[in-house]
Design a protein around this ligand. Sequence first.
Ligand code: 6PG
Length: 252
Amino acid sequence: MLEDNSAATIRIFDSVEEIVESLALSLKSLADECVKENRNAHISLSGGSTPKYFFKFLLESPYKFSIQWDYLHFWWGDERSVAPEHVDSNYGEASRLLLRHIDIPPENIHRIQGETLVEKEVLRFSDEMTKLMPVENGRPQFDWVILGMGNDGHTASLFPAQTDYETDLDAVAVFHPETQQPRISITAPVISNAKRVSYLVLGKSKQEMVKRCLAMLSDVDTCDYPAARIHARAGETQWYLDHDAAALLTEL
Ligand code: 6PG
């Protein structure tokens, strides 16, 4: 039975700037550790709008030049079934806001190819993860998975009532339950295999679901909010919140 540490660290910040500064410091520390240990780190980025703050901060701060980007490999937790230049593309957003402006080797960028037939891309991306990343517990192991949370409790493109938490797959093709937009997502067991999982959740609109998810953390296996249930089983899980997202939390 794999160790299962569902405990999470909840951090509530006074501003978005403080949150992204904290994340940037973590990224710098991880890169410095890789330089010392002469190894690469594999980081999965989330989609949606929240990561924009992080990308913009990294670009406008000294971190743009102080982080040794060539030791970092960037992946995505999910991607919409669109071309990289499409406004909905998670890779496209990261590229526009950060990646094309920093000194990172192209081979360190591992986008999910949204323009490819989803059934084919699921296999290709799974194969790329397994080939290029360390494999632990039979799964590719990320150093760090950064995730968002939807108002329905989804994360990546793993949605309530349609997520297989025990799948043997490392990536899956899914449909967004409301828009029916085809997407590709890494799976719950791959996220749970990471050394570190960080949920980055901001704003009033998320406060009800944040309250529900954090209330479930002591009994995650009985809930079907992927953002609550999916955590680093043997690593560390954090929730980075602003006061608006944390407004309904009482005892912490
Ligand atoms: C996506 C994301 C998704 C996102 C949440 C939160 O591709 O949309 O992976 O899981 O993180 O929906 O989105 P916001 O940051 O826009 O609130």
